[in-house]
Design a protein around this ligand. Structure first.
Ligand SMILES: *[C@@H]1O[C@H](CO)[C@@H](O)[C@H](O)[C@H]1NC(C)=O
Ligand SMILES: *[C@@H]1O[C@H](CO)[C@@H](O)[C@H](O)[C@H]1NC(C)=O
Ligand SMILES: *[C@@H]1O[C@H](CO)[C@@H](O)[C@H](O)[C@H]1NC(C)=O
Length: 341
């Protein structure tokens, strides 16, 4: 991963959700009409006295199927940039998400993102939705192609656009990214905020899939995760998932504390991954990397997950004056709090 993408932790602003009772097609036509009117009248565009206000148009190469690492087909996704108000690389980025229509220069010159940009010194970027406007894959709109059109795909585009645009504009790691959108795109903006959780869940789903896929997949998983022993037994598999869960939980619980091997930001960066490197699904690859970082930082040679070892440790009644009292804590959680794990 070249830049270590920052997770979607910035505050989110979700604007202009139309009443759901309005007929959908009317809503679309209305949006189209307003956009055309504004664009043809040049409202807000080229009015800068210096004559340099026109936003910049750019293209990002996006993966047609971001969920299939071996499918290397791509398409060009259009974006618009208004950097007039962006005075510092640490400033926020307002990402205006396109919905079910083309996205013009007005997306970064008018509306809430552009209005708020001067106050916040924000970089405003408009991202056209795949399969609309000029962001249509070369193979066209056949039904066979339309299976690459979904909100899931659109959100994957948002994540990879964020990585690519951060790099392109040298946006600081600490800059918050805020998604804006109206109607369908408003929902996308809200879902984009959940994306990091989705990446964690995808990584675990991939581990579980490999655990279920038979002994050779388990052996590969063991090597990839640097696990200490074989993964044949169900009890050990449960321990392994518990250890991975603790890794994620630990990043949250000890976020930013001295000595914590991974912050939430770093973990999410790993899970969201670098799409340029498609040898395996990004979230799973990120989780593997996170395991390496944590085991290395704990001074362990491998990731320990044996149920037998855990039970043996819990049976020890000799007192220990330092460290975590696992046996006592298990007793207390079982007798007092009820969250037996
Ligand atoms: C993934 O892409 C490869 C290469 O294009 C293709 O052969 C395979 O069928 C695809 N898998 C899925 C699930 O679409
Ligand atoms: C990117 O920004 C950093 C400061 O945030 C600066 O040190 C660096 O030179 C910039 N790089 C480019 C290529 O503009
Ligand atoms: C891609 O990932 C592999 C395995 O994690 C790594 O060895 C390789 O250096 C990466 N390539 C790039 C271009 O980052």
């Amino acid at each position: 991963m070249a830049i270590g993408p920052v997770p979607w932790l910035g505050p989110l602003l979700l604007v202009s959700l139309w009443g759901s009772s309005a007929p959908a097609s009317l809503l679309r036509r209305l949006g189209e009409h307003i956009q055309r009117f504004q664009e043809s009248s040049g409202l807000g565009l080229s009015l800068d006295p210096g004559g340099v206000a026109l936003p910049k148009e750019g293209w990002l190469e996006q993966q047609l199927d971001p969920f299939n690492a071996s499918d290397r087909r791509s398409f060009l996704q259009r974006y618009w940039v208004n950097d007039q108000h962006w005075t510092s690389q640490d400033g926020p980025v307002f990402l205006h998400l396109g919905g079910e229509g083309s996205l013009g220069p007005g997306s970064v010159m008018r509306g809430h993102p552009a209005t708020l940009a001067p106050v916040w010194g924000a970089l405003v970027i408009g991202l056209e939705h795949r399969f609309y406007g000029l962001s249509i894959p070369a193979e066209g709109l056949d039904v066979a192609q339309l299976r690459f059109l979904s909100s899931r795909h659109a959100l994957a585009d948002v994540v990879s656009a964020r990585v690519a645009l951060s790099r392109l504009f040298n946006v600081s790691f600490s800059s918050p990214w805020l998604c804006f959108g109206g109607s369908y795109a408003g929902s996308l903006a809200a879902w984009a905020r959940l994306k990091c959780r989705a990446a964690a869940s995808a990584a675990f789903a991939e581990v579980e899939r490999r655990l279920r896929a038979g002994s050779s997949a388990q052996a590969a998983l063991r090597t990839e995760l640097g696990a200490c022993g074989s993964l044949g037994r169900a009890a050990d598999q449960a321990e392994l998932l518990g250890a991975l869960q603790a890794l994620v939980g630990g990043a949250v619980q000890y976020d930013g504390q001295a000595g914590a091997p991974l912050s939430v930001r770093q973990l999410c960066g790993l899970l969201l991954g670098d799409r340029d490197n498609c040898s395996s699904p990004a979230p799973y690859r990120g989780l593997r990397r996170a395991v390496q970082v944590v085991t290395h930082s704990l001074g362990q040679k491998c990731l320990s997950f044996s149920r037998a070892e855990t039970v043996a440790q819990l049976k020890v009644t000799e007192t220990q004056v330092a460290g975590v009292g696992d046996r006592q804590w298990l007793y207390q959680t079982c007798t007092e709090f009820g969250y037996c794990e």
